[in-house]
Design a protein around this ligand. Sequence first.
Ligand code: FAD
Length: 494
Amino acid sequence: MGRPRGFLEIARAPAPARPPLDRIGDWRETHLAHPEATLREQGARCMDCGTPFCHAGILVNGAAMGCPVNNVIPEWNDLVSRGRWEDAYRRLAATNDLPEVTGRVCPAPCEGSCTVGINGAPVTIKAIEAAIIDRAWAEGWVRPEPPTARSGRRVAVVGSGPAGIACAAQLNRRGHAVTVYERADRIGGLLAYGIPAMKLDKALVERRIDLLRAEGVVFVTGVEVGRDLDPAGMVAAFDAVVLATGATVARDLPMPGRDLAGIHLAMPYLAGATRTLFAGSDPARAEITAAGRDVVVIGGGDTGTDCVATAIRQGARTVAQLEILGRPPDTRAADNPWPQWPRVYRLDYGQEEAAARWGADPRRYAVATRRFIGEPGGAVEGVEIADVGWEPGPEGRVGPVERPGTERALPAELVLLALGFSGPERSLPAAFGCAVDARGTIAVDETGQTSVPGVFAAGDCSRGQSLVVWAIREGRRAALGVDEQLVRAESARA
Ligand code: FAD
């Protein structure tokens, strides 16, 4: 513990970011770093509480608590407070394969479980994580560490999102020859084409992939397993296969007027904007663009926020974001106690930018979409909405109930559906013969193995739509499961 009374004497310094009106003029990262002196002070706010919850990564009453990759946070907080940055990096790298990503995009369940947060402001763990890894790269401490010996075993990983990357990194470290197959033209999954560049600089993802290539991982893009590669052939050719294909089936909104032009799912919209950036063009000229339009984003989650921020940068005339749930409370509700993730009202980066641009948070809470307005066969002109209350239905289940007389229309020339994802595409698990659970996600045991021996699954395809940090955790778990099985097979042969 850098300073025993640090948590009493030093105030939390929130992670800095570029001013909203400045950053909406470009597509560069919003993220900024504290100066070193501030970071050391902030690290010294860690209490080194005897039973730290910040690194627990468990579910309590169905709610996530602490860091899913079990980052040893109190240790690196202490090392940072003492200026021992390289040691802090070694501790961080031991548990997290993509800290430059989580240090930027993670919602930081660790901070929700920080003991200082029981009655004060938690330690700024996420900003410290980003600073450790950014410094490690700048100092040259992050170097390829290829395995000293090869096992002679071959593993295929399908999908190159954070689950696939973490899995490949861990298997390669254990000496297995890993090939990652990705159907897109770039490695990274949603790190490449989902999360926008202003939240995560794509060069950081590419730098990490280059490192893994230098360590011996083979990445193959433009190959769709199940179409270009036969699953049965893969099972025969590799000692194990790991499916890390994400939860890519988006929820739609089948309402009257859905077939009007100008209504799109969020992912083609976001991916299109990033694709134009990769091509060196202005995302305002992407195929689907908000430039000069009234935009309605349906869905109040992270993906909706990314749509808001993208639409602002493309030059939208107005942006409204619709959320069917009510506005969260400003402080924890009684049924959401510490150390659970606090479900409280927050102004995320996109809403902060909208508020700076137009004077108010663009979210409208507790509203349902009734229909899309427009001439049949034409383009969308508006969205009809109504207020809802959350009331118990005949079977006692609480659900949204429309408030009569609150119907009204919002202007909309572009509507973006950001309603989440229902699960993975069904064809691939079916082609491998893997059982799926009731939600359609690939069923796995505690080692990450599916119902088919030697075929594992990790990340959103087995967990359902989640977070980068859970994908990393599951990728690591599957790597361990594969490794243990290969080692057992080797011992049986010996
Ligand atoms: P993915 O990242 O989805 O990667 C799966 C990969 O598999 C894809 O590249 C896909 O092309 C490939 N694939 C699929 N089928 C095949 C096949 N048959 N053959 C070959 N390749 C295949 N989480 C956060 O923690 N913070 C955030 O800020 C955040 N923002 C988000 C914003 C958006 C817009 C979205 C959609 C999600 C966001 N998430 C965020 C969630 C996070 O990105 C995901 O939970 C995470 O990427 C899941 O990782 P994954 O490796 O399981 O799958």
